[in-house]
Design a protein around this ligand. Structure first.
Ligand code: SAM
Length: 265
């Protein structure tokens, strides 16, 4: 397939890609936007190819760009060459990446997860901040976790802001979503420890006897972990607050927890 050149800001492809900033559009199409060659390289390494590859006219030659072009073409995706103003408009940034790509979203059903494939998994209840969620996905990847499970009404992991914060780990870590009821039923089948994190817990985060695979439950940024989910845990733990701060940022607390578990595993 030959590459198409687009120069008009009102072109239909430009409008469709730009619309992926809206959650409703992402839900309807099942697509999301990733920016930059690093992200695209992560995706290709995981066997994921762009539906649409948008290459800025000023993009410098790069072996990874050649690979992205070849694999997109081979998988039947579309390649479009676009102007700088189009990159700016799509990414809503003054200094946009010179290569953008549209991918299919990939949610893994709970029933398809293999808990024993990793020592640690993370479940988030009603996470609301896209930066927190992206950072947690990146941290889960870095620590060697199997995946991230979103419980209840969470921010979209495929929003442009969340994807940016993952730094490419959105392609490396499985992402699942479940209602609280679905999660609680699935939790019954969990083969290791289920660990809640609460500020009112009396057990220190290093003091709990943990059996891997560990499933770590993190609460909402404002309300914390609900009583319902905390009651479903084998143990609830607290990271000590030694200064005046009454809690840690959610992503930081998740980082502390996943490294404590994976280092001990
Ligand atoms: N006001 C909320 C509360 O009472 O739980 C604070 C929520 S905190 C910002 C968000 C989440 O980060 C918590 O639900 C918990 O999962 C985790 N977290 C933050 N600090 C923690 C700590 N010191 N010990 C255990 N978990 C913590």
């Amino acid at each position: 397939m030959t590459e198409r050149e687009i120069t008009s800001l009102t072109n239909d492809t430009v409008k469709a890609v730009r619309a992926l900033h809206m959650r409703k559009e992402r839900e309807t199409t099942g697509l999301f936007l990733a920016e930059g060659l690093k992200f695209i390289g992560e995706a290709l390494d995981q066997g994921r190819t762009p539906r649409t590859l948008l290459v800025g006219m000023e993009a410098r030659p790069h072996p990874l760009l050649d690979r992205a072009r070849a694999e997109t073409r081979a998988a039947g995706g579309e390649i479009v060459v676009v102007t700088h103003p189009i990159l700016e408009k799509i990414s809503r940034r003054e200094n946009p990446q010179t290569v953008l790509a549209v991918f299919e979203q990939n949610f893994t059903p709970l029933s398809a997860l293999n808990p024993k494939s990793a020592p640690c998994w993370v479940a988030l209840e009603q996470v609301r901040d896209p930066g927190n969620l992206g950072t947690i996905i990146r941290t889960a990847d870095a620590a060697g976790c199997g995946g991230v499970i979103l419980i209840g009404d969470c921010v979209d992991p495929f929003s442009v802001e969340a994807v940016r914060a993952t730094m490419g780990s959105v392609f490396a870590v499985s992402i699942s979503k479940a209602s609280p009821t679905e999660f609680l039923a699935w939790r019954e089948t969990w083969p290791g420890s289920v660990i809640g994190t609460r500020l009112d817990a009396t057990t220190g985060y290093r003091d709990a006897a943990i059996q891997t695979p560990a499933l770590i439950l993190m609460g909402n940024e404002q309300a914390g972990l609900t009583d319902e989910l905390a009651a479903a845990c084998d143990v609830n733990v607290k990271i000590p607050m030694r200064g005046r701060a009454d809690s840690l940022n959610l992503a930081v607390a998740t980082g502390v927890m996943v490294y404590a578990v994976t280092d001990a595993a």
